[in-house]
Design a protein around this ligand. Structure first.
Ligand SMILES: [Zn+2]
Ligand SMILES: [Zn+2]
Length: 673
């Protein structure tokens, strides 16, 4: 018998379907689906896991936060516990006949670890198991699956060791620091403050950016803009750009402000080729999806659904170069029978000789690309938009360069030089396929050196420098990749965790007061700085290449943590006070309209949240709150009744504003300071 282990049930069913040519039998062992078929006279059984079915944890007795000092955990060896008992029981009954075991989990560090966990567990059930193979594939398509099972390889224990090192280090760092900070600030139970090896440096990035924004002092500058006309109007700007000296700009403006005519001094035309974007890695995919309004977690979930349905390749990849084995033409032919037939035909008949390539080349998975075409009407609208993004990106990487013309023009107005530039697409090629980039520059009218054009308006514009922009989820993920924070598989989950732990709000995407306090508390001891984590990520690469051992890496990391804890213990009191204050600030919703004292979010005996006055018991003013969604203070009060106005943000919905006073008749609270 052959027993195939895949990472999830849905993948198990697809693999069985492909290997059996659709002639499979679905059965159940307890609650676990098992797919059976016969091939070449042999019985095959395919079973899906639920990701990790083994959990790493501290031994019983070390899980009581109050009883074990956090530092003591550093040297404790974690133990493995079966977390999916039903699946484990089903597996047990499948291995008594000593089958050939084929690991068909996702091909990456995490997938290899999941496979090795199962191998070790099954060897406990039946120590005679000795035939073990690995199937390596990047897409759940006929071709990939069939060739993977024809060319089975060995399990890569270096790769799984790298995954395991990360698992141990994350558990130890996370548990020690989370317990320390939560116990120190008396915030445990449901509202504990989590700290993580990747999570906290990510939060630090957000806090640092927010500080830059808050500390930003805007500077005033001036610009002189000329509105000119030849057939249609166009703008030019004084060649100096931003003026910082008001007197200087006024003098120039006074001199030219009544000008009625401008002379074209120089026209510089350039034709250029524009290279299409490079193939999608997870990071660039999430970045692009973020521009379309998808949160990172949401985009990743949808991409996984599309992968499981055999429509796109494995969505977790750092690779930006299509491997030479990839049948690009075959995919294009498939797409020529889809809603993208026009684009696919264009690329087939008039595409570039070689697809574009990005900077990073890895061998595990190809860049994200379409592998199948859905039957019409099969996809939900969000799935459709993500599928379309992947298809258009793929088609663009195979399309010809766009050809465009830029024109730089120098113009004289009463002895002052003005400049402008225009842009015109001559041959759109990939730009007609990948329609997500918006070009801000406009075409200019045809201008000739020496000709005179009409000046219709001259404007002296005062403006101010702007603070740096907040990260979006997409730009944050890109920054995390640049700093080696987390992996393609974990980055979007880390952001979600920060939100769940109330460290960030999603609208705006910004850190909360507690985030500031926690980052400041950890700030002096490098835990929140990306460098330490980046070193660990590199170690994991070394382990997968067989150049370093798991034990060495874990030991180094424990030593590092011991040092960190020494510093933190000395700062304990300071940390406690600053988190307490932040918590008070974070829970403050506004001022009580009756007694002017701060009003804060509290939890009733029935575990319902509400807003109460800190003047209690003298002031008994309270407001009820919606029980779901995030509550964000706005600092505004209702125009009609002076109660505080809050923003309510539920998952997947837009934030909406609410006057807390349930008797208030203001339908939409208008703000006043
Ligand atoms: Zn009050
Ligand atoms: Zn009101």
């Amino acid at each position: 018998m052959k027993l195939v282990i895949s990472e999830k049930n849905i993948a198990a069913r697809r693999i069985a379907y492909i290997l059996s040519d659709g002639k499979l039998k679905s059965t159940r062992l307890g609650n676990t689906p098992v797919y059976e078929f016969t091939k070449d006279g042999e019985t095959w059984k395919v079973i899906g896991l639920r990701g990790h079915i083994i959990n790493l944890d501290f031994p019983a007795g070390f899980n009581q936060w109050n009883k074990v000092p956090p530092s003591q955990l550093i040297e404790i060896d974690p133990c493995k516990k079966v977390s999916e008992k039903n699946i484990a029981a089903s597996l047990k009954s499948l291995v008594d006949k000593n089958p050939l075991l084929i690991i068909a989990t996702d091909y990456d560090r995490e997938g290899e670890l999941i496979g090795v966990e199962v191998i070790n567990l099954l060897k406990e059930y039946n120590k005679d198991i000795n035939q073990i193979k690995r199937a390596k594939f990047s897409a759940l398509t006929n071709y990939e699956i069939n060739s993977a099972f024809e060319k089975l390889v060995e399990v890569d224990y270096n790769l799984s060791n790298a995954g395991e090192a990360r698992q141990i280090i994350d558990l130890v760092w996370g548990a020690v620091l989370t317990r320390f900070i939560s116990l120190t600030s008396h915030m445990y139970g449901k509202d504990f403050l989590s700290i993580g090896r990747v999570q906290s440096p990510t939060l630090d990035l957000l806090v640092e950016r927010e500080k830059e924004i808050r500390n930003f002092v805007p500077k005033t500058f001036w610009k002189i803009i000329a509105t000119l006309k030849k057939e249609k109007p166009f703008d030019a700007i004084h060649h100096n750009g931003q003026f910082w000296d008001e007197k200087q700009v006024n003098e120039i403006f006074e001199k030219i402000k009544n000008s009625k005519e401008a002379t074209i001094e120089k026209v510089d035309k350039k034709i250029q080729k524009e290279l299409p974007p490079s193939p999608f890695s997870t990071t660039t995919f999430l970045e692009s999806a973020s521009y379309l309004g998808f949160s990172a977690v949401n985009a990743m979930n949808i991409a996984e659904e599309l992968y499981m349905s055999g429509l796109i390749s494995y969505p977790r990849t750092d690779n930006t170069v299509y491997p030479s084995s990839l049948n690009i033409k075959g995919i294009l032919q498939k797409l020529s029978n889809s809603e993208f037939s026009k684009e696919a035909m264009e690329v087939l008949n008039n595409g570039r000789d070689y697809p574009t390539r990005g900077k990073k080349q890895t061998t595990d998975h190809p860049p994200i690309h379409p592998v199948g075409v859905p039957t019409t009407g099969k996809l939900a609208s969000d799935q459709q938009r993500i599928y379309e993004l992947v298809c258009r990106r793929f088609l663009a990487t195979c399309a010809k360069d766009a050809i465009s013309e830029t024109v730089d023009v120098s113009i004289d107005i009463s002895g002052e030089e003005f400049i402008t530039s225009g842009y015109r697409l001559i041959e759109p090629n990939w730009r007609a396929i990948y329609t997500y980039y918006k070009e801000k520059r406009k075409p200019l009218p045809e201008l000739v050196k020496g000709e005179k054009v009409e000046v219709t308006k001259l404007t002296l514009k005062e403006d101010q420098t702007k603070p740096p922009q907040r990260y979006t989820q997409g730009s944050l993920i890109a920054k995390m990749e640049q700093l080696s924070l987390g992996t393609k598989s974990t980055r979007h989950e880390i952001i979600n965790k920060l939100y769940q732990r109330r460290y960030i709000t999603l609208s705006p995407f910004a850190p909360t007061p507690i985030a500031f306090a926690v980052v400041d508390a950890l700030g002096d001891c490098d835990v929140v700085k990306p460098k330490m984590t980046a070193t660990l990520e590199k170690d994991m690469d070394l382990i997968s290449e067989g150049k370093k051992t798991l034990d060495e890496t874990v030991k180094e990391s424990r030593d590092m943590l011991t040092k960190v804890m020494k510093t933190l213990e000395t700062d304990k009191e300071k940390i406690r006070t600053s988190i307490k204050n932040a918590q008070q600030e974070q829970n403050t919703i506004g001022k009580c309209p009756k007694c002017e004292k701060p009003m804060v979010i509290r939890t009733s005996k029935k575990k319902k949240r509400f807003v109460g006055c800190t003047g209690f018991p003298d002031c008994k003013n309270t407001y009820s709150l919606p029980q779901n969604g995030g509550i964000i203070a706005t600092g505004e009060v209702c125009d009609k009744c002076s109660a505080p106005v809050v923003k309510v943000k539920s998952k997947g919905k837009r934030a909406w504003e609410l006057c807390l006073n349930s008797e208030c008749t203001a339908k939409k609270p208008t703000k006043k300071k």
